[in-house]
Design a protein around this ligand. Structure first.
Ligand code: SAH
Length: 521
């Protein structure tokens, strides 16, 4: 595909009205994302996924336009219009990011008119509107050859009882097609009553979908006759959409989103922020909502004098051993800084702890000579001992806080071992309160630990007085550990490991969690 088809260069002094899609940040268009990446000013609404903000350059100005009462400062439509004009006149590239599609019940039309009247250049980028997303994510095709050939989108915001209603309930009811109502939760009783009064059968199926396409999606299904009671009982509040029509019956077969194995599960991911993405991506793929609580923050050391000295004499080593991804990253960063590169590592053999470290090493142009069968420090030690390390010079590259087991085992077997720390783990501020609040409110279904140190750091971070208190706090929470060493750190704290895969990989961890949740349900 020709890239320029969605990446026409954005202009300064111009406003882009961009549809953000319904909730899942993955549902924005390529053009929309491209414009976010070039925004100088971003004005965004309540319904826009906050995850989209990560595409906006750090130096851009972010303005929350709100549109929802409460403690946050919100702007009136007039103020928003004025902001768009003012920033554009100052020569800024302005993105006006709106939930769903800007021109569907989004006041995008009014904003475009205002810009036209003020002589400001603008463009409009459509978005996936919440009506199609809500139906699709609830497993309801809004049209279907066997059921209906028409669909209408309407607002439930206006009082359907008022004399001057823009909505012709009589013909809508008579036409019999699918109806999707935006902003209709408050008026649901009036809406159903109007449709019944104008001849739609009480048995007509209705679905109400809240927070569509997000991990918090909830769907309530009923009929025109009983949906009001069901919605009240379920406590469904806005934002939600109402889908009326025979097509709702197809949800029984097509409900793909809420049927995903980890849908509705809230899982704490305790990897470092830098490494969380792969685990999070896989958990989300299985339908889970991830609460990313980094318990450790990986950072550089104050001084690299020690590593520098070892690098000077690197050819004297028989083995370089990498026990983590970060070890590799920080090692090479320093190597390059010194004006060296992979060619300077000719000589020593290289051992890594597992498959991911081997893959990363390859990206630096080097093949691992040794990858243990078991991806742990113990497994690595054993594999090295099998080869024979007596009298060999070994450099272990790792975190400042690493375990003693590997160097000790190798020394015990007669090797000369140097440990070169290349990075350190420090706890991030502010996460403790957030985790405890979530745990106490019962909002957490599972916690994942992908290393002994993340588990240890997590328990340190919670800072609970004793094992009984800890067990109480984590009662009912499924604990998943990537391997036996990590698992031992969990059991050392008086807890039980509920999930532990046979292979120590992220993929296997997620698969084991899926199996566990399926068995538990
Ligand atoms: N321009 C938006 C609609 C804005 S009106 C669009 O095209 O989707 C706001 C209404 O949209 C809400 O009251 C609700 O009815 C609906 N809505 C928006 N996002 C939603 C979501 N994720 N789930 C359910 N309804 C949603």
């Amino acid at each position: 595909m020709d890239e320029t088809s969605f990446t026409a260069v954005p202009k300064s002094g111009k406003v882009y009205l961009v549809g953000a899609g319904p909730g899942d940040p993955g549902l924005i268009t390529l053009r929309g994302k491209y414009l976010l990446e070039h925004a100088e000013v971003l004005i965004y609404d309540y319904l826009v996924s906050k995850k989209l903000l990560r595409y906006v350059p750090a130096k851009a100005e972010l303005i929350y336009a709100g549109k929802r009462g409460g403690f946050q400062h919100t702007h009136t439509q007039e103020e928003i219009n004025q902001l768009l004009i003012d920033y554009a006149r100052r020569g800024k590239m302005v993105v006006r990011l709106k939930g769903g599609d800007p021109f569907i019940f989004g006041r995008g039309g009014e904003e475009a008119e205002t810009l036209h009247d003020a002589g400001i250049a603008f463009e409009v980028v459509p978005g996936v509107t919440s009506a199609t997303a809500a139906a699709t994510y609830a497993g309801i095709p809004i049209t279907h050859r066997a059921y209906t050939a028409s669909v209408s989108f309407l607002t439930g915001h206006e009082d359907p009882g008022k004399e001057s209603s823009n909505i012709d309930w009589a013909s809508l009811a008579a036409a019999g097609g699918t109806l999707v109502v935006y902003m209709g939760i408050k008026n649901l009783p009036v809406i159903t009553e109007n449709l019944l009064r104008h001849g739609r059968a009480g048995s007509t199926p209705v679905a109400v979908v809240r927070w569509a396409s997000t991990p918090e999606q909830r769907t309530v299904v009923g009929t025109l006759a009983d949906i009001c009671d069901k919605v009240r009982e379920a406590g469904i509040k806005p934002p939600a959409l109402i889908v009326v029509g025979e097509v709702v019956r197809l949800r029984e077969k097509i409900d793909w989103f809420e049927e995903r194995p980890l849908f509705g599960k809230r899982i704490v991911v305790t990897r470092t922020r830098e490494q969380a993405s792969e685990l999070v991506a896989q958990l989300e793929e299985a339908g889970a909502e991830c609460l990313e609580h980094p318990t450790i923050h990986v950072g550089p050391l104050e001084s690299y004098d020690f590593l520098d000295e070892e690098l000077e004499r690197i050819r004297e080593y028989h083995w370089i051993v990498f026990t983590s991804l970060n070890g590799i990253r920080y090692f090479f960063e320093r190597l390059f800084k010194k004006g060296m590169d992979a060619r300077d590592l000719k000589g020593p053999s290289i051992a890594v702890v597992g498959k991911s470290t081997a893959d990363l090493l390859r990206q630096y142009g080097l093949r691992a000579d040794l990858v243990p069968k078991e991806f742990t420090a113990e497994g690595l030690a054993e594999a090295l001992l099998d080869i024979g390390v007596g009298g060999r010079n070994i450099l272990i590259v790792r975190a400042k806080e690493g375990r003693a087991i590997l160097p000790e085992t190798l020394r015990g077997a007669g090797a000369q071992v140097m440990v070169a720390p290349v990075y350190q783990n420090t706890p991030p501020p502010g996460t403790r309160e957030a985790i405890i609040a979530d745990l106490e409110a019962g909002r957490i279904d599972a916690i994942t630990f992908t290393s002994s140190s993340t588990a240890q750091n997590f328990f340190d971070l919670l800072g609970v007085a004793n094992h009984e208190e800890l067990a109480k706090l984590l009662q009912g929470v499924c604990i998943a550990a990537i391997g036996p060493i990590t698992g031992k750190t969990v059991t050392d704290h008086g807890l039980t490991v509920d999930v532990q895969p046979e292979q120590y990989t992220i993929e296997a961890l997620v698969a084991a969690l899926v199996t566990h949740c399926a068995d538990a349900d």
